[in-house]
Design a protein around this ligand. Sequence first.
Ligand SMILES: [Zn+2]
Length: 479
Amino acid sequence: MDWNLLRRLFLIGALIFSTSFPPSPALARGGDRPSNRTEWRDGLVFGRQLFEEENPSRITDDQIRGYMTNSELEGFVKDFGQRCRNISTIYSIGRSVRGIPLWVIEISDKPGEEEPEPSFKFIANMHGDEPVGRELLVRLANWLCDNYLKDPLATTIVENVHLHILPTMNPDGFSLRTRENANNVDLNRDFPDQFFPVNDIVDTRQPETKAIITWMKEKYFTASASLHGGALVVNYPWDGSKDTRKHYYECPDDKTFRYLAQIYSHSHHNMSLSSEFRDGITNGADWYPIYGGMQDWNYIHEGCFEWTVEISDLKWPKATELPKLWEYNRLSMLNIVASILKTRVHGRIFSSSTGHPLPASVLIKGNPIKINATTKLGSYHRLLVPGESYQITAAMSGFQSKTTEIHLRGNKGASLDFILDPLEEEAPLMNNLKNCDCDYAIGLHIFLVFCVFFLFMFYFFRKKLPFKSFIRPIKTSIV
Ligand SMILES: [Zn+2]
């Protein structure tokens, strides 16, 4: 029996069946299965392709009516930077293949300043044909600006978090109505991978990917959500499994990821009621493994917890549905940002010798993921599920590591500063001499004692004997 032929016939049948019915008016009914089609490249399965086989021409002019164009979005960002300048600043992290700036809005009561506060980022429209996220992020920015000092949640976020919003990571894909960027590359397969060297060549990396990587290294993000479309679920690491099979592949912070993912799904209109995904959340590799994704890269390389949030079953619903989708997701988006304040241990790290902040690393016993404190303030934020005890170590080259045990109670989080002592060889020379048993130090010590003794003897005899007689030449019979 030709299993391949049978499989293809089944998939074609399933596709025809699934497209025979008009889309449900309930845009967020939750849990439509993605296509099972997989793509083989270099022997790896690149599977997560939600309806990506859709012919771009199927996205009609009628469908895109009511969505902001790229230039309208750029205009919005610049206007927002003026209208809400008391709580925001705007900047670009780079340009797309076609040269469109990748604009970011930063929202904070001290925008653009570095503070010992966590930074959270929202990224949308990584896939060009998934535009709902960019529209929701525009609404999120407006809502925070309009409700600051009026709504407690808005005020909490503005005053305690630096929120960075990138409404479109793939503006070229949006204008082309394609999943990929203008070079026909899926940006969510373009990041370095932990298991396979699929994207290790920096020169072939796309400009949008490079911009995100540089941005990550500058900002020390604590957490992040990347908004996608085509399903209704919060997806968390790992996205790929080592053996490329589809199964639950747990990351070291699985509990914390699940805890915060549930905050999103349970704050949503109906995501947690999904018939496909229990609680409206899923481990990425358990859904379908991908390699070169942004989510795992964030977590592994920068210690930033990222969720891939599928916010609507339809990738490109009619624009008239956007207000409803915003209402369905509004509380989820606000709650996941505010929750990082309660789901963490945080503090600052200093040097005991200079008092200066240290960009040390923070590690949890039994967990290999490292969180880096900031260079300027020595500030760190480590997400951890509440209700448990943790051994936390601050470590930095040239300093003695310190470990403390804490218990995270309820919904409060914990504050924990570290003061690290320099290692002895880093201390000044005379400090070293006190404890050093090296030959050099002993020799120097003896030499100094001998010098003091010699000077003392010199002055002692000089007083006892007239100097002249002391050096009087001996008389001889020589004349
Ligand atoms: Zn997507």
